[in-house]
Design a protein around this ligand. Sequence first.
Ligand SMILES: C[S@@+](CC[C@H](N)C(=O)[O-])C[C@H]1O[C@@H](n2cnc3c(N)ncnc32)[C@H](O)[C@@H]1O
Length: 193
Amino acid sequence: MSKNPNYIGGERFNKLSKKDGYRSRAAYKLKQINKLHNLIKQNQNILDIGCAPGSWIQVLKELTKGKSSIMGIDILPMSKIDGITFLQKDLLEINDQDFSDHFDLVLSDIAPNISGISVTDSENMIELLNIEIYLINKYLVKGGSFLAKCFQGSSFDHLKNYLKDNFDEVIRIKPEASRSSSRECYLLGKYKK
Ligand SMILES: C[S@@+](CC[C@H](N)C(=O)[O-])C[C@H]1O[C@@H](n2cnc3c(N)ncnc32)[C@H](O)[C@@H]1O
């Protein structure tokens, strides 16, 4: 086995997710973020963008004891989770008919397929972020929160600038379950203006 601490860290959360019955180790990223920032509450309308295979939805159901309304979107199919609304669709093809309500909390763990060419990857991430921003402007309630994955670099700067203009608080988060070798991080906008 590799002695690389990042590998060991990743392995640790992979093993833990199997033991705890989560569909992926991403579950621990959301749990760690929520422990620090207390975003997830009962009686919320929650949107999870890029939700497959569904571990964030499992965490949402667990923490709200099934007492929130949860909608997930992913381009890939997802095995059924009772009591949630799942829309299998490319985020880039989303339209207003896909939404019938406003959200109190919007989460996004979406990432484009990584090509390894950093300019292309950043452009693809920004394209997805721009759709997320459209949805936030239109469907997130005033006072609501938005948590989104991005990558250190131009997509991070793009999202941070938007959040600074539109939310009272902006926080960068690198959860322990996110490999330290990865450029992935999360930005949280709290209290939409
Ligand atoms: C890191 S995974 C999300 C893991 C999820 N948070 C969980 O806990 O199970 C990112 C997801 O984004 C989805 N995705 C990527 N591009 C997409 C697009 N254009 N439209 C919708 N979903 C997309 C992928 O299919 C993938 O399931």
